[in-house]
Design a protein around this ligand. Structure first.
Ligand SMILES: C[S@@+](CC[C@H](N)C(=O)[O-])C[C@H]1O[C@@H](n2cnc3c(N)ncnc32)[C@H](O)[C@@H]1O
Length: 283
């Protein structure tokens, strides 16, 4: 332990501790941390050393992998390791496909129960709320149409943000004015450049923690649509297959899986056929 947290700024994440962390993260969360990410990881975790008053990474790893540390610190470590980049209307062609093909098809099949949608690895919620905006637009178009969205992630910090649904107004700059007016409220405090997703949209989305690497998924429902975008790129081929097989089991027959635009499953043997750009349908 050190009294002067400035000492921690000089701490180096040595190969031994880096390997301990990267192996644990890979085995339990699927995320690959190759050697060239050591310095990046050191930069991200130094804040935790300072916060906890540790002078080096050996003290930190001893703690994080202790019984107490696994409960109290591991969630913070994961928060600092995972890459959470996201955006409203990211890879926007997917939301067009949802509106123009998936929802009309669902409605035509006279499925009067709400459409169930899962945003797996939802980060701070932008993806789940974008799906909600696209689907909400169609409620008056298709009589009887309704939907629910489940947003999940491993990061507690991201899930808290998602639940609050408060964003910097710069994040919605590129959204068309009409959509902004319809679905966001500006902060009443003029000193704050913040917006909040409106209550009626928030009511459609629930968030909970879920690890895609879990052996069996405890989520009971099956879904009509699953978005699992821009997370599998961080996983090994075997872990991608494990996740995709589990997600396939959670899709109803004929349901849709949306992956990130740079993610491919063509090399894997799965009950899915490609129907649009990184959109797949359960066979
Ligand atoms: C780059 S963001 C993608 C967010 C959103 N899907 C998008 O495309 O904009 C990746 C997210 O995956 C989450 N993640 C990483 N490993 C995960 C795992 N094993 N289970 C669930 N979520 C995970 C991270 O916490 C992060 O929020």
């Amino acid at each position: 332990m050190v009294l002067n947290p400035l000492l921690a700024y000089k701490a180096e994440l040595k190969q031994k501790e880096f390997k301990l962390i990267s192996r644990y993260i890979n085995e339990n969360y699927g995320i690959k941390l190759p050697d060239h990410k050591r310095i990046m990881l050191q930069g991200r975790l130094i804040n935790r050393l300072i916060k906890l008053n540790f002078s080096n990474f050996k003290e930190y790893t001893d703690y994080v992998f202790s019984e107490e540390g696994k409960i109290l610190e591991l969630p913070h470590m994961i928060d600092f390791i995972s890459t959470n980049k996201t955006d409203f209307f990211r890879e926007s062609a997917h939301f067009d496909f949802l509106k123009e093909t998936v929802i009309p098809e669902f409605h035509a099949a006279s499925k009067y129960q709400p459409m169930r949608i899962w945003s797996a690895a939802c980060s701070s919620g932008e993806e789940a709320y974008t799906i909600a905006m696209a689907a909400y637009d169609l409620i008056p178009v298709y009589s009887g149409f309704d939907f629910t969205i489940l947003g999940t992630d491993i990061s507690h910090r991201m899930l808290e943000k998602a639940q609050k649904a408060i964003y910097h107004s710069r994040l919605i700059q590129t959204i068309p004015t009409e959509t902004k007016k319809k679905y966001f409220l500006k902060s009443k405090d003029p000193g704050k450049s913040e917006v909040r997703v409106k209550k009626e949209l928030r009511a459609k989305v629930q968030f909970m923690r879920h690890n895609l690497m879990d052996k069996e998924y405890t989520i009971k429902q099956e879904f009509d649509v699953i978005f699992c975008r821009n997370v599998l790129i961080y996983f090994s081929k075997e872990d991608q297959l494990h996740v995709l097989l589990n997600l396939s089991k959670k899709l109803k027959p004929g349901a849709y899986l949306f992956l990130g635009h740079s993610e491919s499953i063509t090399h894997l043997n799965l009950p899915l056929k490609n129907v649009n750009q990184t959109v797949f349908q359960k066979i």
